[in-house]
Ligand binder design. Structure first.
Ligand SMILES: [Zn+2]
Length: 148
């Protein structure tokens, strides 16, 4: 299970809409194993240049900065998010093929255009992916604190 603050989830959706029609991405920092609590979302630029609308390459500088920030503390990089412009909130074959860290949580946000052609994020979904097995395992996502 993954617990995310409502405000953090909103920030992810806003960033995904801002990146449209390209894919947006960012890092999830938190703690916990069976229940992963996301405590911080770190923005990252999509470095992909050729296929920005259906691929992402998370800026390695953001990852290094995040690793520096959590060093020696209780938090770690628990995963990342990226968006699927005009796509589904499920891992693509390209995502699974690049999932070399099976413990990482992949938060995926589908973004579609509304009647006014404005990008609108759908509720994000979380997965664990494993390139070796080709498996995509859904991870239950809960808001923290729980909605009343
Ligand atoms: Zn993807």
């Amino acid at each position: 299970m993954i617990l995310v603050d409502r405000s953090d989830l909103t920030a992810v959706c806003t960033a995904a809409e801002a990146a449209f029609p390209a894919e947006g991405c960012g890092l999830l920092v938190g703690r916990g194993d069976r229940i992963v609590r996301v405590r911080q979302i770190i923005p990252a630029e999509n470095m992909e240049r050729e296929r920005r609308n259906d691929r992402f390459e998370l800026d390695p500088r953001a990852r290094f900065a995040a690793e520096r920030a959590v060093r020696g503390g209780p938090d770690r990089i628990v995963g990342h998010w990226h968006s699927h412009p005009n796509g589904s909130p499920s891992p693509s074959p390209a995502d699974i093929a690049r999932a070399f860290e099976p413990e990482m949580i992949w938060l995926i946000v589908a973004v579609t255009q509304d009647a006014d052609d404005l990008p609108r994020a759908k509720p994000p979904r979380a997965f664990r992916l494993d390139a070796r097995t080709g498996m995509a395992q859904p991870v239950p996502l809960r808001l923290y604190p729980a909605a009343p």
